[in-house]
Design a protein around this ligand. Structure first.
Ligand code: ASP
Length: 328
């Protein structure tokens, strides 16, 4: 039997990063080529065939439409190719949750799509990249990985794109999931799924857009006034996500300015700057009166991705936007 073939799409990040010294802090992301990484992993003797395809060599803080469009196109082609069993994306960790969620919302869940990164550059002492990549290969080549949507593999743990977020700046154990925790535990030689595949029979929630609209995240802080909202509207934002205090709160002057934005046709989603937890409707803010949307389980970064896709597909009405955030 021939070895399973996995497409590996490289975008850079710390997993391809190179440090000035093995023990220092400073490094540059995306320095190491995908071919070099694949050569290293082949040295481990894993029984899969890896097909490398570089997309970019950047830190994920610089990722955006150009790379997302290329990744989406490559994955659609791989899904249609009977020779390819699954797809791995090497990616920086800073925006992994955004790329993963965007792809998750716009791809059919069939073949496994696994995003992987690292917290330490490839040549740092105690680097986690090769192990994470070996783990990602283990996940992407597992038949039970089908129908789970896009996943993120970090530190022997597998998360669904809809749950995952980066929760620490430099700890090796930097990723958390909400509202679900990890969906599997993985090592290069073992894989334990915690539940059956949750997306069997489902399809992409959105078509791939022609472009994405400008949607901003505004973080609320004690004492802020309405000027930042006015500035965002002044530069033509088509939607605003507030990273509010607690359950998505903001000073009254800010809420009033956001209500004006809604009256001008700009949807407003209330999420929270707090790490974890639900933002429900009408708790301290009267969403019905303000015509706001509550982000529910989604944090600011994922809320922005979902709102961009909704606006790109012509959905701006608050009730319809709320239904999407409710998962309907
Ligand atoms: N800034 C890096 C990136 O997101 C961090 C990392 O990959 O861990 O590309």
């Amino acid at each position: 039997m021939s070895a399973q073939k996995l497409l590996v799409l490289g975008t850079g990040g710390t997993i391809a990063g190179s440090a000035a010294t093995a023990t220092g802090q400073s490094y540059a992301a995306g320095e190491i080529s995908l071919d070099a990484m694949i050569a290293d992993i082949r040295g481990l003797g894993l029984t899969v065939e890896l097909v490398p395809k570089p997309i970019a060599r950047i830190g994920s803080q610089d990722i955006g439409w150009e790379q997302w469009d290329a990744l989406h196109g490559e994955i659609i082609a791989a899904q249609a190719d009977p020779d390819i069993a699954g797809v791995i994306i090497t990616h920086g960790t800073d925006t992994a949750e955004e790329t993963a969620f965007l792809l998750d919302l716009t791809l059919d869940p069939g073949k496994p799509v696994v995003m992987v990164g690292a917290m330490r550059p490839a040549d740092a002492v105690g680097s986690d990249g090769m192990r994470n990549l070996a783990n990602a290969i283990r996940v992407a080549s597992d038949p039970k990985a089908q129908d789970r949507g896009v996943m993120v593999v970090m530190g022997d743990t597998v998360f669904a794109a809809s749950d995952v977020r980066k929760a620490a700046t430099s700890n090796i154990d930097a990723f958390k999931g909400y509202p679900r925790g990890p969906i599997a535990r993985v090592t290069p030689s073992s894989l334990d799924w915690f539940a059956p595949a949750h997306r069997v029979g489902s399809t992409a929630r959105f078509q791939w857009p022609e472009a994405l609209p400008r949607v901003a995240i505004l973080t609320a802080g004690a004492g802020i006034d309405a000027m930042p909202v006015k500035a965002l509207l002044g530069i033509g934002c088509k939607g605003i996500v507030i990273a509010g205090m607690g359950q998505g709160n903001a000073p009254r002057v800010v809420l009033d300015a956001l209500a004006e934005a809604v009256r001008d046709g700009v949807p407003v989603v209330r999420s929270s700057r707090v790490d974890e937890g639900m933002v429900d409707r009408n708790v301290e803010v009267d969403d019905d009166a303000y015509v706001f949307v509550a982000a529910r389980a989604l944090g600011p970064a994922k809320s922005r991705i979902l709102l961009m896709l909704l606006i790109a597909s012509g959905v701006t009405d608050a009730k319809a936007v709320q239904a999407a955030f409710d998962g309907d």
